[in-house]
Design a protein around this ligand. Sequence first.
Ligand SMILES: Cc1ncc(COP(=O)(O)O)c(C=O)c1O
Length: 428
Amino acid sequence: MNNNLNIPYRLYSEMVDTLSDSEIRQIAGAVNALINKGERVFNLTIGDFNPKIFPVPEKFIEEVHKAYLEGHTNYPPVNGEPALQETISEYLKHRGNLDYKTDDILISCGGRPLIYAVYQTFVNPGETILYPVPSWNNNYYVHLCRANEITVETKPEDNFMPSAASLEPHLSKAAIVALCSPLNPTGTVLSKESVADICNIILEENKRREKNNIKPLYILFDQIYWLLTHGETVHYSPVLINPEIRKYMVVTDGMSKAYAGTGVRVGWAFSEKSTIDKMKAVLSHIGAFPPKPEQVAAARYLSNHAEVDKFLNKFKSEIKQRLDGFYKVFMDLKAKGFKVNAIAPQAAIYLTVEIDIIGKTKPDGSKINDTKDATKYILDEAKIGLVPFTAFGSFENPTWYRLSVGTCLVSDVEEVGNNLLNALSKLK
Ligand SMILES: Cc1ncc(COP(=O)(O)O)c(C=O)c1O
């Protein structure tokens, strides 16, 4: 418009022009380029599943077929099929002892739109989101909302989980605190004590805010991996630790991870009805509903507790087998004197591993200068694709990586171990 004044203009909005592509997808792209060249590469980069190795529950597929044949193909209600809201209400009670009524539940097409809706519901442009790093995707939601962020670096010795003490100094500046447990990328969980302490500091902050007539601080609590805990690990729901937090918290969840259904696109959020109504208003204009047949199918499948238990038990044991296998690989390499480490598996489909090769010299005489070089060396030499924590916004832990098992076979574990041993042995 203003071109006749010779003032340069942006064709697209500033927000879109400055929106960067996911770094994880870029790394996955480099891995795929090698695979396309015919190389045998172990792609442990993506938070997804190979459906041939980890298919969605068969019974759920049957229900989807049935729902199409029954003609459930018109618009679903914007907050979700009533039968699915009913099922989720029972499911939360049955699996998590959580009391949320149908009106407190919003259905959407996966976790992402719900997270976006939480941001849009509570955050004005220019306001601040507080979140620990490494973290999954919060930086993008901050950007989409034209907001600011304060990130708090977590530490390996705390299993990369935030403490109340690390969050507290920043609370007064935040509109929301975004938490995730079990966490992507680490597969670790918040301890009961941490959940209690974090609830306490938020409730204290909100008492101060109430006195000063300032809007309260909310928690976005992403628990999309909560049913994938392994061994003795327990997922702690903040409302069960401190019921007072309920009115200040929105929880997001869905079928993407616990049912290997990343392409299924069924998710739900729960909170106070007043908050859920606002989120519904945001999403209704985006039309972010899951297909109606999938909602009908999910309502029927997820209410079948015996079938769900059967699926989850098998699925979790297969994931654990891989995570335990990789953990052993790293512990064996560590015992051999290599500068590697890992955190024992707790949850989700991820293992947190350290490969400390920055500063080493490669066989060609060149040096590994930074995380990027190290990631490339591991890919080129060991044929293993991993995502460094720097891609999850953590810059104080440049030697740590996410290892995802959603696309690997049990038989891959040994080969990955051998490849890594060879690649590490070549470094000086
Ligand atoms: C922590 C976390 N939350 C939410 C999501 C989004 O899930 P969905 O695929 O249901 O949008 C993911 C996906 O990777 C995730 O890792």
